[in-house]
Design a protein around this ligand. Structure first.
Ligand SMILES: NC(=O)c1ccc[n+]([C@@H]2O[C@H](COP(=O)([O-])OP(=O)(O)OC[C@H]3O[C@@H](n4cnc5c(N)ncnc54)[C@H](OP(=O)(O)O)[C@@H]3O)[C@@H](O)[C@H]2O)c1
Length: 280
């Protein structure tokens, strides 16, 4: 069987990829998280990849705590930039494809129409800067790479939907930011896109979010509607919420490259959320 190394396998995307490939007879997943493979350790990465000889590496590992990245610069750069650099070098040396996940936070977030892969980047947060550095290392050191920029990801793990449902247990009214626009994206849909691209020669940088867009407040309202909760959502501004890291006000991504190349058609965000809510 062809082997695929998964890093960060205990995270939301890592779990969704395992679900996606459950029962496959074509691929064997070699699952690793930080205990089995710390992607910041170049020697460990080189040793594992040359021992496994995978056809592809899917890097699901990241420092995803956006506010913590504002103070933990070194670990954010190690995990989000040096890690993908190490994996890319190992992938190239062992003739494996490198599949890496990035974020809408590479954009400045002051746009007025959905960002395509051909628009200029310019991150405002340390998380965004470290993820952009990771993208650049992947492009420099990989031969065959696929970078998927996703956003507002939810799946099996700690996520916005679960946070909202937990808050609703104790509150009748919840304040949620209503002046940031983006697209909630299910880890399942992102895993489907990875599964579609992995066996092909369709390389490059792809925007990879569900279709449509909303604010965090709209997202929360839809979660409560689907959960049958009467919880009220009170819209507040980003300034009122006052989080340590700057968040893009407008971070809607256009899956333009996927459309141009026929790579994968993502579901509408409301449909993907409906499917997810049946599982929790
Ligand atoms: N979540 C979102 O809203 C979002 C939005 C846009 C893009 N993305 C990107 O999508 C990808 C998947 O995100 P996710 O939500 O699935 O992330 P996640 O749930 O936070 O999972 C990341 C996993 O990586 C592990 N990890 C951390 N440092 C590591 C290291 N040095 N070596 C190996 N593994 C390490 C984490 O372990 P610990 O938990 O022990 O640290 C965790 O199991 C990431 O690249 C992320 O940047 C996510």
């Amino acid at each position: 069987m062809k082997k695929i190394i998964i890093t960060g396998c205990n995270g939301q995307l890592g779990r969704a990829i395992n679900q996606h490939y459950a029962g496959t007879t074509e691929y064997e997943l070699v699952n690793t998280d930080v205990a089995e493979l710390d992607i910041t350790n170049v020697d460990a990465v080189m040793n594992l990849v040359s021992a496994v000889k995978p056809v592809a590496i899917v890097n699901c590992a990241a420092h995803t705590a956006v506010d913590a990245c504002e103070v933990q610069h070194d670990s954010a750069y190690r995990i989000n930039a040096i890690g993908p650099r190490n994996l890319s070098i190992a992938a190239t040396r062992n003739h494996a494809k490198m599949i890496h996940i990035s974020t809408d936070y590479v954009f400045p977030g002051n746009g007025t129409q959905p960002y395509t892969e051909f628009d200029a980047v310019g991150p405002n947060s340390m998380y965004g800067k470290t993820k952009l550095a990771g993208e650049e290392f992947v492009k420099t050191f990989s031969n065959d790479y696929i970078i998927l920029r996703t956003a507002w990801l939810y799946g099996d793990g700690k996520n916005f939907a679960k946070t909202m449902l937990a808050l609703a247990e104790k509150n009748d009214v919840i304040k949620v930011v209503n002046d940031q626009l983006g697209t909630p994206t299910s880890a399942k849909e992102l895993a489907n896109a990875i599964g579609a691209l992995l066996p092909t020669d369709n390389y490059g940088t792809f925007h990879a979010t569900c279709e449509g867009s909303c604010s965090w407040a709209d997202f929360a309202k839809e979660i409560f509607r689907l959960a049958g909760k009467g919880t009220m959502v009170q819209g507040i501004s980003t300034a009122e919420f006052n989080s340590p890291a700057a968040r893009p006000a407008y971070s809607i991504l256009d899956n333009y490259m996927l459309r141009l190349t026929g790579g994968y058609q993502f579901a509408q965000w409301e449909d993907a959320l409906t499917e997810y809510m049946r599982t929790i």
